[in-house]
Design a protein around this ligand. Sequence first.
Ligand SMILES: [Zn+2]
Length: 275
Amino acid sequence: MNLKLPPILWLFCLLVCIGHGCNNPPKSNVKEDELIKLPTVQRQSEEGGFSLDYVTGKFEPSEHKDFTVIERKYCSRDGMYLRKEAYEAFKRMHHAAKIDGVDLTIISDTRNFKRQKAIWENKWNGVTLVESGQNLSKTVSDPIERALIILKYSSMPGSSRHHWGTDIDINNWENRYFQSGQGLIEYEWLINNAAEFGFCQPYTQKDENRPNGYNEEKWHWSYMPLAKQLTEFASKNFKNSILSGFDGGQTAEEIDILNNYILGISQSCYHNSKE
Ligand SMILES: [Zn+2]
């Protein structure tokens, strides 16, 4: 049926729609910009459906509509969360691995700002010992130097890929584990098959192709179809200056967390993920 309304009727429908807080304005006839005048900052920060609050982990995964709880058989404890798309892809990968005799267990899931702040500050203040039992608050007084040691394996709160719900740690937090025996079989399976399900290892060995960023993490896998978009969002909207609200945050700008860490991932992730 071809309904042709006179322009005056369209305007009437439009006014009724706005008056009722309609979520789906007739896009084909009226430009979005003419309908809703949002402040510039809000429009920029919500580009692609993402917001800076989300990208920097300022939310509760259990209350976020795009997240879901992970079934216990896929993970190492109760109450783990992931983005729904990443979880569905992981389940498919888990199933395929199982057929090949490989068990994949998620040992770390979404971590919001609050959780990452606790991890970071415990290392910063010497509650958690690092580098073979060092209390950094006693052994390293220079803030930049102290931050760089923690950054070998831990993100500053607000800059972790674990905030996004697209990234998981699998099976074990030691590279050594993946170098022989069962660990090597698991790692080789992931290297050969993970891309088929959209997963990629972002923190590969550091070399001329990946000179900056965290050390190698054979356990950390990223669901690229979504993480790729989030990385792009971060590269456009994230500023080092927004990293604050935790001990040591003043070092973020000098270290350039955005370029050296958030964007310091393996370039092969951009070419290999097939989903
Ligand atoms: Zn990780």
